[in-house]
Write a protein that binds this ligand. Structure first.
Ligand code: MV4
Length: 449
């Protein structure tokens, strides 16, 4: 049973993050990589490395057979999928388990449920999570859509059941457009996801994106680790995340966190999960649940002291959660800046050779990155090259330290969004925690002139 060797089915900073947690537990690691990633830091540090295919992710990081064969050949007893790629692929998770390899992730059935947004919402409602008012499940004909929309009131939003991450959504302001927007949303969803199913919700005009981190042992024990505020985003890409949210009181956290934890107990949820809410005028509205470790998990680690990847591995190994809810304390404030290799004005990706690299350091400063001087950032994957995570006793102290860390950080040879983060951390609204999901895009537009 015990896990002795983990295959890391991912790349970049998260592959390194998983390697570090494994080695701290005395567990060996096997990196699988594409030909484009042969020189990656996590490949160098892993105990073994297996090249599984060409640069295109579909033929390497998404190649079930190549990854499972590598696990068999290298004698791995567990697979960690990281985020993205195969992390929320239930069929892959099932195959892994069918090969008697531990899947470091949720039960496949829960990945399936939460992957279908209509099912997810139904399940969340049954588990007592507050929902955005809307259709009770899928809406198939325009007549039904018109009826529901007039009941909840315009504006409404039409969403694809197989969507998520903002893809396939249409805002509808008035009844005369509902029919055409429903059919548009349906055909776009069919083209993008092979599933035309849509549902309808009240459109919230100016919400915050607040998500709760949860963890279950798969046997009915579960905890929450507080919330993260991820409202600062551009085109559904988060730019900066923080914990705790500047707008959530200790009482609200305890209340909503407990609702989330109880829901996970009732489900028998296993592993790491994130329950996403829109928050407006003091109310939470469930939108989706992510059945994976998230990019921004380190801000939760900073304020709780819990190593979330270690916890994932322990649970996959059949061990109990290492911390009880009553022993969890939320202390201080943490902010993460996602550092991307991109033009800070046009956002065009900027791959290429890193000629000089100086990460920030000092007290309470964490840089999760596989970057080094001489490394060539390949053009085939996500542009995120580092995460800068800073902790402070309070939000103001955290921001002052983060500004200092951003001053120190140097990446040469490629363009990065470090200048954007420096500017962002001087904006009055950001300093006051006064922002919604619309703030960043509006600020970027106003900055252009
Ligand atoms: C919404 C919404 C407003 N009202 N639902 C976008 C991603 C997907 N997870 C859900 N999304 C939204 N759902 C209702 N009823 C606005 C968004 C949304 C959004 C949500 C979170 C973070 C950033 C966002 C950016 C644009 C729209």
């Amino acid at each position: 049973m015990a896990i002795n060797r983990i295959l890391i089915a991912n790349r970049g900073e998260i592959a390194l993050r998983i390697h570090r947690a494994a080695h701290e537990m005395g567990i060996e690691t096997v990196a699988v990589h594409s030909t484009a990633d042969a020189d990656a830091m996590h490949v160098r540090l892993a105990d073994h490395a297996v090249c599984i295919g060409p640069p295109a992710a579909a033929e390497s990081y998404l190649n079930h057979a190549a990854i499972i064969s590598a696990a068999e050949v290298a004698g791995c007893d567990a697979i960690h999928p990281g985020y993205g790629f195969l992390s929320e692929n239930a069929r892959f998770a099932e195959k892994v388990e069918a090969h008697d390899i531990a899947w470091i992730g949720p039960k496949p059935e829960h990945i399936v449920t939460m992957g279908d947004k209509v099912q997810a919402k139904k399940t969340a409602g049954e588990l007592g999570l507050p929902l955005v008012p809307g259709s009770d499940g899928a809406v198939s004909d325009p007549e039904e859509g018109r009826k529901i929309a007039s009941e909840i009131g315009y504006p409404v939003i039409i969403k694809a059941a197989s969507g998520g991450g903002g893809r396939g959504m249409k805002v509808c302001e008035s009844e005369d457009k509902i029919e055409s927007l429903m059919s548009q949303a349906g055909s776009e969803a069919k083209a993008a996801f092979g599933d035309a199913t849509v549902y309808i919700e009240k459109y919230l005009g100016n919400p915050r994106h607040i998500e709760f981190q949860v963890f279950g042992d798969g046997n009915g024990n579960a905890i929450h680790l507080g919330e993260r505020d991820c409202s600062l985003q551009r085109r559904h890409q988060k730019v900066l995340e923080e914990a705790p949210s500047p707008v959530i009181s200790d009482e609200e956290r305890e209340r909503m966190g407990e609702v989330c934890a109880q829901a996970m107990r009732d489900m028998g949820y296993r592993g790491a999960g994130t329950i996403e809410f829109l928050w407006e005028d003091g109310e939470f509205y469930f939108i989706e649940m992510n059945t994976r470790l998230q990019v921004e998990h380190p801000v939760t680690e900073a304020i709780t002291g819990v190593d979330l990847v270690r916890e994932q591995i322990r649970i996959a190994d059949g061990k109990p959660l290492s911390v009880a809810q009553k022993d969890l304390e939320f202390r201080g404030h943490a902010i993460e800046c996602r550092i991307n290799a991109e033009d800070p004005f046009t956002f065009a990706p900027s791959p290429g050779k890193v000629t000089y690299y100086h990460p920030a350091g000092g007290m309470h400063v964490r840089v999760d990155s596989g970057l080094y001087a001489g490394y060539s950032i390949p053009p085939y994957y996500d542009s995120m090259i580092a995460k800068l995570i800073v902790y402070g006793r309070d939000r103001e102290g955290c921001i002052m330290r983060l500004r200092r860390a951003l001053e120190e950080m140097v990446v040469e040879g490629v363009k990065t969004n470090i200048p954007l983060h420096r500017e962002l951390l001087h904006q009055k609204d950001v300093l006051h925690g006064d922002y919604s999901i619309k703030w960043l895009e509006e600020w970027l537009e106003s900055r252009e002139d």
